[in-house]
Design a protein around this ligand. Sequence first.
Ligand SMILES: [Cu+2]
Length: 384
Amino acid sequence: MTSLLVIIVLVLLSIALWQLTKIFDLTQVGSIKDDSQVANDGDNNVQGYLMFGFLAFIYIFTIYGLIKWGPLVLHTPASKHGSMVDSLMNITWVLIFIVQAITQALVHYFSFKYRGNKSNKALYLADNNKLEVIWSGIPAIVLTGLILYGLYAWTDIMFVDKDEDTIEIELYAQQFKWTARYSGTDNVLGKANVRLIEGVNTLGVDLSDPNAQDDIVVSELHIPKGKKVHFKIRSQDVLHSAYFPHFRAQMNCVPGMVTEFAFEPVYTSDEYRAMPFMVEKVKKINDLRQAKSKELVANGLPALDPYTFDYLLLCNKICGASHYNMQMKVVVDTPEDFKTWLSDKPTLVQEVKAANAPKPVEGAIGADSTKTNDTAVIAKIAMK
Ligand SMILES: [Cu+2]
């Protein structure tokens, strides 16, 4: 209701202003004035200097943005190939900045230099081959270099040698959560199909496949430091995108097909948390949280929990209403910790067996619930 009133007030104010300008125009009738709609030299000068003002605005805002938001970018990459992605990105940024700084200055300078002037005469210039070769050739050479470097980096990152010692893990995307499946001791994932989804077998793993017998399904991803992890990615419903920002990895999850990405983590979660830049970042976040908590407590609400850094797997495709919250915690362990963590996880086959095991009938001999029933019966007999 308030916003409606504000809108009405604004509309009425603009009508009032418009009427006032009309009255002002009427008061000027008879005075000597240039009523022409064609720009004169004075107008052109104003526009010319305004172009310089706009150029200054672009430069100042760029520098301001770099200082204010520059520190928010992702810091040290946590995967072996990450530095290659970062240098490709940095080279691209530097090129864009140089080109943009020069071309903006030229565009604005020439707009000013050749601003409208009654004494100027237009020059008829059909073409200039030399100029065209220069302005087409330089970008073509630079872009070819960038694209070749990008292709080289992409092939290098995406290539997984068949004989390479990797750990095979499946990432399963669905609206709006991630599930991981470890391939177990044989390091081969069992076949899967959405048609086989039933009960606790939420990933549709083919339980008759010998390779599926030791597969382990979990909802928190643990990976070992210093070993290449080969992810096989599936989606149950729509397009998702498996995005590991700290590992500089991203791959689409496409229903009906398996996509892949492999990377080697180089810092455990604890090592990454202890890095000076991360310590500082976490401190800043917690200072903000503390200030907010004070406000919340004053209003009788519970305080916020302190923040601790965790690697995350995010979804980077807008896949529906809760897309923003589609994430999974990723823990990079030392190889020993990883082994220990995985060793006590039940296999999917065991989980399915446990879920399908006949439930003890209430009151039956040997069932847990009989204990209380027995006690009740004994108590009843004693009462008699
Ligand atoms: Cu998604």
